[in-house]
Design a protein around this ligand. Sequence first.
Ligand code: GYE
Length: 308
Amino acid sequence: LPLAMALPSAAWAQKKIVLGFSQVGAESEWRTANTESIKSAAKDAGIELKFSDAQQKQENQIKAIRAFIAQKVDVIAFSPVVETGWDNVLREAKAAKIPVVLTDRAVNTKDTSLYVTFMGSDFVEEGRKAGRWLVEKMKDQKGEVRIVELQGTVGSAPAIDRKKGFEEIIKADPKFKIVRSQTGDFTRAKGKEVMEAFLKAEGKNGINVLYAHNDDMAIGAIQAIEEAGLKPAKDITIISVDAVKGAFEAMMAGKLNVSVECSPLLGPQLMTAVKDIVAGKPVAKRIVTEEGIFPMETAAAEFPKRKY
Ligand code: GYE
């Protein structure tokens, strides 16, 4: 029964909605901005937020969701670190009649009744945007284009989908070759470490393009490229995703070629959905974030307008 109907109107007016939110972690600039957006939007909306950081571990998220069920929160929202393995805990929430909202990352389940809505970006489309930018940039290039890929967290929706969308576009021309692809877990430290290994394996002239699934890994990789005595964005074309401030700084310094936008500012729309759900109003099953792409030539003009 929706809360609004279960309580007399006076009590309803006083009852604060309680939202349990299980966050992935603090692995990137994107994630920090996402956490900040959720916390400040909850405050603005007068919603009591129980916030839990899973440190990029699914077991921690499952524990947090179980704790929210035990505390009988009104709504549970979470950003699933990986796509699979959620059915059991989501069934427990359903049995307890607690609605679940997915934010940012999708789950892979046959039973879509286990969540009310999924709000976030179209990661496949982000991968396609990255691919289309590269195809256009290299359209006059005759020889092989040797690409290395820094993947996001293994099994996560953005890593799976950004790879898929990018490959879908570049496969149209066999000159594009992904010569190495490995996870950097969405962090700067791992991005740097894996890029060092790529450079060692492929040699200084063996890599033409780096496609990083997020800006943080690209920024780590830029350090590795410089330490190897190469010029980032010149000797190696660099494409990444998120368009956080750090990426704009790298673009303005001439070290990153392009960043595909992925907005972390999901807080306000999450709070709207939570209120609607509690009030028994219908909510769309899928809410897609709208976003663009920023080549380095646009960075200086766009930078002052950026909100994350
Ligand atoms: O791109 C990355 C973060 O799930 C969209 O997670 C998010 C991704 C984002 O760590 O920087």
